[in-house]
Design a protein. Sequence first.
Length: 448
Amino acid sequence: MAKKVIMPKFGMDQEEGTVVRWLKQEGDSVEKGEAILEVETDKVNMEVEAATSGVLSGINADPGITVPVGHIIAYIVAPGQENTVQTPAPSATTSAITAIPSTTATTSLVEPRVTPVAANIAAAHQVNLQSVSTTRSGHITKADIEGYLSNQQTKTTAVMAVPAARRLAHELGVDLQLVTGSGPEGRIQSRDVQQVVQLSQPESPSIAPQHIPEEIIDEPIAIRQTIPLRGMRRTIADRLTGAVREMPQFTVSVEVQMERAIDIVEDLRNMEGVPRVTLTALLVKACARTLIHHPAINASYRTNDIIEWADINIGIAVAVETGLIVPVIHQADRIGLVDIATQLADVGKRAGEGKLQSKDIQHGTFTISNLGMFGVEQFEAIINPPQAAILAVGRVIKRPIVIEEDRIVVKPMTHCTLTADHRVIDGAVAGRFLADLKRAIEHPGMLI
């Protein structure tokens, strides 16, 4: 009997995946557990393994095709068995599987297919799913529901206006319904918005045309390239925009002496048979040890609750070609420095190759972002939701400092800056955590 190969679900909020490439081709023999294709989600690229041994047959999703979670994209049949169950192949120009009937059919009274996330949003806003048009794959997705809600909100106030005029009207609080357009077919221009403001508040010097920023004027400028905001970049944009908008974030910072930490890392690197230990590995261990004594930092905000996690899972922000990904060292408080270094090297290599697995990026409780290798001395990172804190680490640089008896010495120093969610963490709690973290890094013998 043919075994279905479906688009897998790697994350709780994943609704679809894009086929990057097939590692096995039609008619190839495959072994159970062998990688047969690579899939891109909105977070990371993943390899999909064969659920059984046999022959790959009935591939119906070419590279570049976006497929809903759970949709059949191929079969695995026994050697010599003919695959009698074929799914229709999408056309070369489509961006999604189209075998499922679209909910835009005007005569259909059948309840449309809807992803779980979209169903929850629709229920919360009492949306009639029969009224929602699908943009991809015949399934109603989260994006379809959000688009429908947005259209409903703007339908009664829709006007013809250039984007620059809309931005200017938003900034100046002007209702576009009250503006008469002077552009082609009555389209509203920025100058029309400016004129309304001038007529309504002629005495205000702040609204004079010469004070309007250059980026909102109508004159076109040359574009080098347009990069679609999708996949990982879309996820980063949505998650971090939401984090800044919804979280009251604050930062605290300390300077840390790195002399002894550097010495220990160098000593471990010179030991035979020991994997290459880095300062990042030492920072992970130091954070994990400190979080044991500060559970309020290893926490998340949830409506009506603050959750303190029992496991300490440290995420490390890693730059890849398509954006930023955060592989996680799970239960970092329970493993040694050398084991942490080994895992960091492994996930870092696989992240660069696009071969991370779902488990590699899930369930982080705290994140470290280290830009020291780029020469950045100090910065503030944005929290990776639903976590409550993130640590930003700058480059190690020699600085003169004053020690006992007012002596001035030169020591390797770095800045550690904690960004915290004020709904969960207060300033004193953050300060005590940083003080203990500084002590752990400056006395790294206790970490080994």
